[in-house]
Design a protein around this ligand. Structure first.
Ligand code: 1HE
Length: 257
């Protein structure tokens, strides 16, 4: 593999963006390699983590390659990013991001397709497309806008400003902020825990939650009742519910000890 690394820690896949000399800028070949890696991860793992090698998570679209494209090649390129990132967001297992340094442009779009994001204190976030004379094309108008809201995304795009990790957390764009250098360990720990969940619950969380969120209230509640009943009557649920009732499963913990 040229642009990515792939390791396994038990049933957790750890995917590294590995083009540090170009700040992990994403070219066409990079996207195709990511697609191949997702297939292998789906076959072998129960949860996955993605992080960046070098000083930054990801500098976004490879601008050197993009500048040579015709408008229609640009459309196909954007649609290919959509396909590949959809295999993450609407795939079969949960993806956790370990973010540090620049998480910008397409890097933020990739991060937005993950299910949980951990940023370390060095992380910063920006959408510099406005300054480059382009628009987002890797799903940010759908995914990033749903995380931070259209108004905040508009602000980032119009002003070109960067926000730090704490602001990104306030803006619902990252879930955890940890000290510098600790994002990967935290993301792996979270992924290991998620890998122990019932597969059917994980699938419902990944696929039903975002769809229901897009529905009207009454439609969402109706759909929820069927998913709740379907998952609760699965053999795995029966085993896990009985494990709790017979005191073989852990209790919910109080975060304050
Ligand atoms: C790149 C790219 C890139 C770096 N495409 N080559 N993204 C951006 O507009 C962000 C552009 N990048 C930056 O602002 C900075 O590079 C960083 C803040 C991310 C990092 O700064 P630094 O000082 O650590 O690195 P550097 O010296 O700027 O970059 C090192 C090399 O990476 C350098 O190449 P070199 O040959 O001179 O060594 C840079 O040119 C190269 N490089 N970023 C190509 N993005 C599907 S639509 C998505 C739309 C977008 O993503 S638009 C936002 C694009």
């Amino acid at each position: 593999m040229k642009y990515l690394t792939l390791e396994f820690d038990g049933n957790v896949a750890i995917v590294g963006l590995n083009r540090p000399e170009k700040r992990n800028a994403i070219s066409d070949a990079f996207i195709e390699e990511l697609d191949t890696v997702i297939t292998e991860v789906n076959a072998k793992a129960k949860a996955a983590v993605i992080f960046g090698h070098g000083p930054h998570f990801c500098a976004g679209l490879d601008l050197a390659e993009h500048v040579k494209k015709t408008p229609f090649e640009g459309v196909h390129g954007s649609r290919r990013w959509h396909e590949v990132f959809a295999r993450i967001q609407r795939g079969k297992l949960p993806w956790f991001g370990a973010l540090h340094g620049a998480v910008v442009g397409g890097g933020l779009e990739l991060a937005s397709s993950l299910h949980v994001r951990v940023a370390d204190a060095t992380a910063f976030f920006a959408l510099p497309e406005g300054q480059r004379g382009i628009f987002v094309g890797g799903g940010a108008s759908v995914r990033t806008a749903r995380l931070m809201g259209v108004s905040r995304m508009t602000d980032l795009m119009l002003t070109g400003r960067s926000i730090d990790a704490d602001t990104a957390e306030r803006w619902n764009t990252v879930n955890y902020v940890v000290p510098a250098g600790e994002a990967l360990a935290k993301a792996v720990a979270l992924a290991k825990h998620a890998a122990t969940n019932a597969e059917i619950s994980t699938y419902a969380i990944l696929h039903a939650l975002p769809r229901i969120n897009d529905m009207a209230t009454e439609d969402g509640l109706f759909v929820e009742s069927f998913i709740a009943s379907f998952t609760a009557t699965s053999p795995e649920a029966e085993e896990r519910l009985n494990a709790f009732l017979s005191k073989r499963a852990g209790k919910v913990t109080n975060p304050n000890g």
